[in-house]
Design a binder for this molecule. Structure first.
Ligand SMILES: *Cc1c(COP(=O)(O)O)cnc(C)c1O
Length: 385
């Protein structure tokens, strides 16, 4: 490629939070200041307005804000009344939060392999893992792309299981089911959760999370759990936790939620430009897209490299001022905390391979053409050089 990289190219970042802030600075500054001046730091009006705005956006009856995405997952499992010894099936190739809360609640995590193309939980592997003790499946919509929810919901129905969507990476994605129904990711099953960690697609300026459900009883139970198990002040009916979204974080999210669709589009456009730049490169496998166009919101743009030393490529990118990430370098079933004698390496061929081949490139809403050209040509030159 013959791109001339100008000396004033913006510094490339994995996630450009500052560039995004510039655009919403006035709104954010005003609303955060407003919280400080009103001193309604906990459960202020911003939390309530964000909650209804998000219910509206997702088309779901109840959004219950909480302190972070990990809490959100834990609280969903508490709300469903899962008990010690219940088996919960989730993906081997994901962030540890999912398996961590299963283990913390003394449920039994059952890790299963993923698909080689979209990196999401594998349907055959789920079926194989079901036992009489299985109570729930937790699909993670990994890197911003929805898992095969039609198939997962079918299995759940047949075996009477809960499905908990870990939507920390795919907020804003729209899932189109076989019958043509369009549903926002996170509200396809009975219950879902998300994270507003700063680098997520809808990120606040600290920690935050939320739980989604259309079920009134479950929503009621969960609203108590997030607040010390209280349904009436100082009456503790169930064991709860303290997990709240700060008013200041809600103020930031109120400024960003109206822009979420534009943010998702910006990410998809950047992904399309990367795809275009890597066309014809046999050693580079660009992200597979399942389903319709808006099924993927590119939380990460993750390549697989074939016949290339992935770690040497990552080093080369870093040497050229290009940040990159390996999500995830170790399968969860091989992590010290989550090893289990029941696991058989032969059941994880895909994850075991992916951890050696994946590399995630800078992906955010402010990525420009010059940066994408520089990143892609640096990769292509290294691979063919
Ligand atoms: C980020 C993330 C979480 C945890 O969210 P926190 O807000 O950091 O606790 C859980 N699951 C997945 C898939 C994530 O990417």
């Amino acid at each position: 490629m013959n791109f001339v990289i100008s000396s004033h190219m913006k510094k490339i970042q994995m996630v450009d939070l500052n560039g995004q802030y510039e655009d919403i600075k006035d709104v954010v500054n005003n609303s955060v200041l407003n919280v400080i001046e009103s001193t309604t730091f906990i459960n202020g009006p911003e939390v309530h307005s964000f909650q209804s705005a998000l219910e509206n956006y997702l088309g779901v009856k109840h959004v219950i804000p909480c302190a972070n995405g990990t809490d959100a997952l834990q609280i969903t499992m508490m709300g469903l009344g899962l008990k010690s010894g219940d088996e919960v099936i989730t993906a081997d190739f994901t962030f540890a939060a999912t398996v961590e809360v299963i283990a913390l609640l003394q449920l039994t995590p059952v890790l299963v392999d993923v698909n080689p193309d979209d990196f999401n939980i594998n349907i055959g592997a789920i079926k194989k893992a079901i036992t009489p003790k299985t109570k729930a499946i937790v699909p993670v919509h990994l890197f911003g792309q929805c898992a095969d929810m039609d198939a997962i919901m079918e299995i759940a129905k047949a075996h009477n299981l809960y499905v908990i969507e870990d939507n920390a990476q795919a907020i804003g994605a729209t899932y189109t089911s076989k019958n043509g129904t369009k549903t926002k990711a996170g509200v396809i099953s009975q219950i879902g959760s998300t994270s507003f960690f700063p680098s997520k697609n809808l990120g606040c300026y600290g920690d935050g999370g939320a739980i989604f459900t259309n079920n009134d009883d479950l929503a009621h139970t969960i609203r108590g759990i997030v607040n010390h198990g209280m349904y009436k002040r100082y009456h503790h009916d169930v064991v709860g936790v303290n997990s709240r979204l700060d008013s200041i974080q809600a103020a930031v999210l109120n400024a960003k939620l109206p822009r979420l669709d534009a943010y998702c589009n910006a990410r998809r456009e950047a992904a399309n430009k990367y795809d275009e730049a890597f066309k014809g490169q046999e050693k580079i496998i660009t992200p597979f897209r399942s389903g319709s166009d808006n099924n993927h919101v590119f939380h990460q743009y993750t390549l697989k490299v074939n016949g290339v030393d992935r770690d040497a490529l990552a080093q080369h990118l870093n040497d050229n001022g290009i940040p990159c990430g390996v999500y995830y370098p170790i399968p969860l079933h091989s992590q010290k905390a989550y090893q289990d004698s029941r696991y058989d390496e032969a059941d994880f061929p895909v994850t075991n391979q992916l951890v050696k081949e994946v590399i995630s490139l800078p992906m955010h809403t402010e990525l420009d053409d010059e940066q994408i050209a520089f990143i892609s040509s640096t990769i292509i030159d290294f691979i063919n050089g």
